[in-house]
Design a protein around this ligand. Structure first.
Ligand SMILES: Cc1ncc(COP(=O)(O)O)c(C=O)c1O
Ligand SMILES: [Zn+2]
Length: 441
């Protein structure tokens, strides 16, 4: 635990009124909000020379802690890490070939493999590592979080490594393997009768009664600071910064963090701007898409971003994305608008087909939320949202490990046999046409 209370590395600044909070322990004492205006949205800024960043980017990272000078931790010895945030950007040729063949587009299609994160194999790992390290440094021993699964699993693991007790509030439809994983680390789970909104409500009450810190969601500066390092990694790994960014969206920390990361280093890279954000939801839980479509139909009137529907008890097979009450929409929608992007809806009935095709062509099995995101790529092409010559980045956030029921639906080559005469060699190529048809029809 660090006892120095004065530091000059960073400060937090309120995005609404500009009030400066000098450090995280003051931020926590203030209830993670601005004491002047009550906003929960503050951003971290560093008193550091960014010229160092170029030098740092020449070396390959072991984790996002590679960017330590630009993260709000004071001592490296407090880092709790499992190699998160050091994942490859891959080029997926089968998607490029498809864009060329069917749409006549010469594009580069990159996939950011967040499913390869060391901690729990989802794109929630860097944020959880940041939180665990910070709590380790500040001596915080209790925390709580409401989550549909992946965030909670990541926090549960990393906080237990930091000896921090983490209470997790999950909606009743959360995936059972997530619950099992969290529980196995010894962190307690409250399975809430109700949806994600209800889980958040009970978690907030619990945090208040017991005076325990709670994750403040998608604008949480802890999460944003960890995830902004994606921008540094893309600059490091990619010849060209993406023109288009595709992600399955629930609350939308991704775009918020990308935007923050870019603003942070704009003075070094004046030509850098947000990619067009194409954010994908499934038709099982698509409040952001609905809100966007309505705003578009009305010509994006002043204040359009404040208007969004709330879906109670969303009926979706992708519980990770089941945010029926998208409180962060006003922030996300503005970013999407400024970037020239849009929200896309995919049909949940197509989920398994997308998963099967990706596993077949790329030998990478996506988790359900990642299949939502990959479906978004095909829809973006159909809607002419990607232009010739552009660079596309698809952020896949999870593998199939915690969604065994989704994985089981990918069985399509099995035969039940009782004697050898029933067994014959096969040719992998024979499956291709059907797999593509299942996705595209
Ligand atoms: C794999 C995956 N993709 C996408 C999302 C949506 O992320 P966000 O809540 O930042 O929009 C999540 C959230 O849990 C996720 O786990
Ligand atoms: Zn303020």
């Amino acid at each position: 635990m660090l006892r120095v209370k004065i530091q000059h590395k960073y400060h937090l600044q309120c995005t609404q009124c500009g009030h400066v909070t000098p450090n995280f322990w003051t931020w926590f004492d203030q209830g993670q909000q601005c004491p002047a205006c009550g906003s929960k949205h503050s951003e971290v800024w560093y008193n550091r020379r960014y010229q160092r960043l170029n030098r740092i980017m020449k070396r390959k990272p072991d984790s996002f802690w590679h960017y330590f000078p630009f993260l709000p931790l004071l001592r490296r010895r407090h880092i709790i890490s499992r190699g998160e945030g050091a994942v490859p950007v891959e080029r997926w040729n089968f998607l490029e070939a498809y864009a060329k063949e069917k749409h006549g587009l010469d594009i580069r299609v990159h996939v950011y493999r967040s499913d390869l994160n060391g901690g729990t194999g989802t794109f929630k790992d860097p944020a959880a590592s940041m939180a665990a390290s910070l709590f380790n440094e500040l001596g915080i021993k209790q925390y709580c979080i409401a989550s549909t699964g992946n965030s909670a699993t990541a926090y549960a693991r990393y906080l237990s490594m930091a000896h921090v007790n983490c209470s997790v509030f999950m909606p009743e439809d959360a995936i059972r393997t997530s619950e099992a994983t969290i529980s196995s680390y010894g962190q307690q789970v409250f399975r809430v009768k109700g949806d994600y909104s209800k889980a958040k409500e009970i978690a907030a009450g619990y945090a208040k009664i017991h005076g325990i810190l709670m994750s403040t969601g998608n604008i949480d500066p802890i999460r944003v600071e960890a995830k902004k390092t994606m921008v540094f990694e893309w600059l490091r790994q990619m010849e060209q910064f993406p023109d288009v960014y595709i992600q399955a969206v629930s609350g939308g920390t991704g775009p918020i963090a990308i935007d923050k990361g870019i603003r942070e280093i704009r003075h070094l890279y004046p030509e850098l701007s947000n990619p067009r954000f194409l954010l994908v939801q499934s038709d099982g839980c698509d409040p952001m898409v609905q809100a966007w479509e309505q705003a578009e139909a009305n010509g994006f009137p002043e204040g359009f971003e404040k208007n969004y529907p709330v879906i109670d008890h969303p009926a979706t097979e992708v519980p990770t994305l089941a945010t029926g009450n998208p409180a962060s929409y006003p922030i996300i929608a503005k970013l999407v608008k400024q970037s020239g992007g849009t929200f896309l809806r995919m049909r949940e009935a197509k989920l398994v087909a997308v998963g099967k095709l990706t596993a077949y062509e790329q030998k990478v099995i996506p988790g359900p939320a990642s299949a939502v995101c990959l479906a978004g790529f095909f829809i973006a092409l159909q809607k002419n949202l990607i232009k010739d010559g552009e660079t596309v980045l698809i952020n896949i956030g999870e593998g199939p490990n915690r969604a065994p029921l989704f994985l089981e639906q990918m069985i399509y080559t099995s035969h039940n046999v009782s004697n050898v005469e029933e067994c014959a060699p096969h040719s992998i190529d024979d499956y291709r046409t059907q797999l593509w048809n299942d996705v595209l029809e």
